[in-house]
Design a protein. Structure first.
Length: 266
């Protein structure tokens, strides 16, 4: 992702185009200005981490990318969010198709109170009624992609809620993959997991980026350093600095980024 924050020096080039392009993005919760003049472009098949203190706009930015903020009363947005060159806030946007293309994983696993099988095939059934064999293929492919097939193939009719929390999170990702998205948004997907489960999910992210564009919000800077290709630092609604992850963590250009990374606030 290439970022040109509102307060960057004027010699920086305009943001490049990407699978997701943001142009002068502002978002308000009633009178509160939550996102301030965010410009940038997320590149395909990369993992981007958004870091920063609580309340700085990370999750708000993430939710603009599949219009989850539309569900909050009083939200107002200006600017553009383009995905594959199309403005997703245009009146003709089909929200069902948008959320099929741009899936989201939340902080805590949220499997449906259904069987493992019915969780994974729920989306394909919602978007049409594929033949049984196609559903079976999607089921195995999606569970295998999250390294869950071998663990559950003999108990597909068991309740999803009986799985461990880490397995439930992988199941939720499999549920997204079954509808064949292009982009995966992950809002602190490891916050409820123990360290070993976190490492397994990070390994899964690295595997998935071969096929998907992944954007992750995390308060865990070690996680951002381990798993992401690019990192953006947000503070008080602004995207203060963006760069290759190694550069952000070792040679930040903005004093606010360095202060956050070195623990002076957060």
């Amino acid at each position: 992702m290439t970022i040109s924050p509102a307060d960057s020096d004027k010699t920086r080039q305009c943001p490049l185009e990407g699978i997701i392009t943001l142009r002068r993005l502002n978002l308000y919760y009633a009178d509160f200005h939550a996102l301030i003049e965010v410009n940038g472009a997320f590149q395909q098949q990369a993992i981007t981490a958004l870091i920063g203190p609580s309340g700085c706009g990370k999750s708000t930015l993430l939710r603009t990318l599949n219009r989850m903020n539309d569900l909050i009363p009083g939200v107002r947005l200006t600017g553009e969010v383009l995905i594959d060159g199309q403005d997703i806030y245009a009146p003709e946007t089909d929200l069902t198709q948008l959320r099929k293309k741009v899936g989201m994983v939340f902080q805590r696993p949220n499997p449906f109170p259904l069987s493992i099988y019915d969780n994974v095939v729920y989306g394909p059934r919602l978007h049409g009624r594929p033949p049984r064999q196609e559903l079976e293929n999607l089921l195995e492919h999606s569970l295998a992609a999250v390294q869950l097939w071998e663990e559950v193939k003999d108990r597909l009719k068991s309740p999803a809620l009986a799985l461990t929390e880490e397995q439930q999170q992988r199941l939720c990702i499999a549920r997204l993959l079954a509808v064949e998205p292009e982009i995966l948004l992950m809002d602190e997907p490891c916050s409820a997991l123990d360290p070993l489960a976190t490492l397994r999910l990070e390994e899964l992210m690295r595997e998935l980026k071969r096929l998907y564009t992944i954007i992750i919000v995390t308060h865990n800077m070690q996680q951002a350093a381990r798993v992401s290709d690019d990192t953006g630092f947000m503070y008080l609604g602004e995207l203060v600095e963006f760069g290759e992850t190694g550069q952000i963590f070792t040679r930040p250009r903005d004093a606010r980024t360095e202060d956050y990374i070195t623990g002076k606030y957060g």
